[in-house]
Write a protein that binds this ligand. Structure first.
Ligand SMILES: [Zn+2]
Length: 119
């Protein structure tokens, strides 16, 4: 949801490209608010921890490897899912535009014409 013009922005897109989103309607640069990423990371970690505990308690043969793998998968699945659900888009800070005025000297005063003025 674009905070500027309220246009819908698909959640998967905002989750996948959370640092560089441009509203398709008003072309405002957007980004996912940092809180959403923190929440999604915490939920992913929690899910990973839960899965790790469950699987490490029940496994017999591959006890050392599988819980870690499951935990990793859980984190990889849950974290982006939560990010999709909770993502708050906000206006991104304006792109530092290249200074147009200062580089080229103004048209009125010709800088190069007279050479150095004497005092
Ligand atoms: Zn917009």
């Amino acid at each position: 949801m674009c905070p500027h013009c309220k246009a819908e922005i698909s959640a998967p897109e905002s989750a996948a490209r959370s640092n560089d989103i441009v509203c398709p309607k008003c072309e405002t640069r957007l980004e996912v608010a940092p809180g959403s990423r923190t929440i999604s990371s915490i939920c992913g970690l929690a899910a990973g921890a839960i899965v790790w505990r469950l699987s490490s308690g029940s496994t017999s043969d591959l006890g050392g490897v599988l819980p870690t793998l499951y935990a990793f998968l859980a984190f990889g699945i849950v974290s982006p899912l939560v990010l999709m659900l909770t993502a708050n888009l906000r206006n991104a800070p304006a792109v530092p535009a290249p200074e147009p005025a200062h580089a080229a000297s103004p048209a009125g005063h010709s800088a190069g014409g007279h050479g150095a003025p004497h005092h």
